[in-house]
Write a protein that binds this ligand. Structure first.
Ligand code: 2AM
Length: 482
């Protein structure tokens, strides 16, 4: 009997929790898993007493679905997704919908969407963020793909997702791989936010010599203002957490950061598209540098720097400088993230709703924050906004933080404490607001050694070559690129 509203393949914890969440919202879900015993197990335990039904084969699963059939996968990204798609296609009809909720690369989603469209199947690639807790009680969902699919999945997706001030943190992102692209940029921004908080902690500890209770209290305080966010909240808790010996656990953790790759994908995409997403890039590299732990231990015995002398000014005042430096850097990071989204939209012909994306990230996911509400307001006020930094709210915010930001970066440099994210954000800000940069010299050098030509300020668009040495010739280069 066709009774189920949606099927969900993949009974790892994320899949199980999404099913239970859908069930809570009145949807009948048919559960399936490659290792079929997990279906019975799930029905007998976590899903006991719910309306969830199970299937022992894909055929049985499909036969239990209302039309158009909706099949969502939460399986390991990569080959497993393609395998399930291949097995499902012969069992489905035109107009049926396959949703991939895994951590897939957006280029895979672009390919799958195109291939399935030829067969009349509507493909959706959806970012799902918020971890196990989010999946169970309200994730941030970022669906994109075949536009016609949206009306059929909207009630389920907007029913189960997180809400921010009553509004769903889920909307249609755009065509083919747009959902997974936006999820990727979300993860990149998450890397940036984490690095910024890490640098603030480093400064508090090593410049100001604050203890863990003081640092935790400062973060708690920050969480009541502009920086109100999930990551600041958990950092306050982490900093004061003691292990069973009564010692601060965070100091016992090996300082070598891991990564699963989505931050790196964002940085690669930024390089590919020629967008200066410097803060996410620095954050990925900062993790790489941290993971060279044993090399750093050796180098620390050899390479001299400045011995950190404790700050002798007003401690409270400097904490406020750090807070402002963090806030200004965060504004730059999000401005860069949205620059990347805009460029990708241009390249792939996506009609992205930037305010909608800010709202999707406003609740449910790791980067959720009050700040994203301000970003939504900026795009609501001006949907064509070229850069977040040009919005009045953010322009004023940076004006108010600027002095502190410069003080913190200078102090870090003088004390020999690395702050790659704070300083790259400031360098970007100063570059972006510069009418003139030294790139004229770079153009001259390129023309000097490689006849690459340059434009004159007085005649942009016309490329000319100068015979700088008198013996280099007057012919410009077209293919040689040194
Ligand atoms: P399993 O329980 O049969 O291992 C997360 O790992 C989910 O992805 C699980 O539901 C797992 O199924 C599924 N999965 C992982 N690799 C898979 C593969 N190669 N083919 C099908 N499902 C896979």
């Amino acid at each position: 009997m066709a009774e189920a509203d949606i099927a969900l393949i993949g009974l790892a914890v994320m899949g199980q929790n999404l099913i239970l969440n859908m069930n809570d919202h009145g949807f009948v879900v048919c559960a399936y898993n490659r290792t079929v015993e997990k279906v019975d197990n799930f029905l007998a335990n976590e899903a006991k007493g719910t309306k969830v039904v199970g299937a022992k084969s894909l055929q049985e699963m499909v036969s239990k679905l209302k039309k158009p059939r909706r099949v969502m996968m939460l399986v390991k990204a990569g080959e497993a997704v393609d395998k399930f798609i291949d097995a499902l296609v012969p069992l489905l009809e035109k107009g049926d919908i396959i949703i991939d909720g895994g951590n897939s690369e957006y280029t895979d989603s672009q390919r799958r969407c195109k291939d399935l469209a030829k067969k009349g199947i509507l493909f959706v690639g959806s970012g799902v963020s918020g971890g196990e807790e989010g999946a169970r009680y309200g994730p941030s969902l970022m669906p994109g793909g075949a536009n016609e699919a949206w009306e059929h999945i909207k009630p389920i997706f907007q029913g189960i997702c997180a809400k921010a001030n009553g509004e769903p943190c889920c909307d249609w992102v755009g065509e083919d791989g747009a959902g997974h692209y936006v999820k990727m940029v979300h993860n990149g921004i998450e890397y940036g936010d984490m690095q910024l908080i890490g640098e603030a902690y480093h400064m508090m500890k090593d410049v100001l010599g604050m203890n863990h209770e003081e640092m935790s209290a400062a973060m708690d305080e920050w969480n009541k203002g502009e920086l109100d966010s999930f990551l600041i909240e958990i950092t306050a808790n982490i900093l004061k957490y003691k292990d069973d010996k009564g010692e601060y656990l965070v100091e016992k953790i090996r300082d070598a950061a891991g990564q699963k790759g989505t931050g790196k994908w964002t940085a690669i995409s930024a390089l590919d598209k020629g967008m200066p997403v410097t803060l996410i890039g620095e954050s990925v590299f900062a993790r790489c540098l941290s993971s060279l732990k044993s090399e750093r231990v050796e180098a620390s015995k050899v390479l001299k720097g400045k011995t950190c002398s404790k700050y002798d000014g007003d401690k409270k005042e400097f904490i406020e400088h750090i807070r402002k430096a963090l806030y200004a850097s965060k504004i730059v990071s999000y401005a860069q993230g949205f620059m990347l989204l805009r460029e990708a939209a241009k390249q792939y012909n996506w009609k992205l709703n930037y305010g909608g994306i800010a709202l999707m990230w406003r609740g449910g996911c790791i980067i959720r924050s009050r700040f994203l509400g301000n970003i939504k307001d900026a795009f609501d006020k001006n949907p064509g906004l070229i850069n977040l930094l040009l919005d009045d709210f953010f322009k004023d915010a940076i004006d108010q933080c600027q002095e502190s930001w410069r003080k913190v970066v200078s102090a870090a440099v003088m004390q020999g404490i690395p702050c790659p994210a704070f300083s790259t954000a400031l360098a970007f800000y100063d570059g972006y607001r510069s009418e003139k940069l030294p790139a004229n010299l770079i153009q001259a050098q390129r023309d000097y050694f490689g006849a690459h030509t340059y434009e004159l300020l007085s005649n942009p668009g016309k490329f000319v070559h100068t015979n700088w040495t008198g013996h280099g010739g007057n012919v410009s280069a077209s293919t040689y690129s040194a």
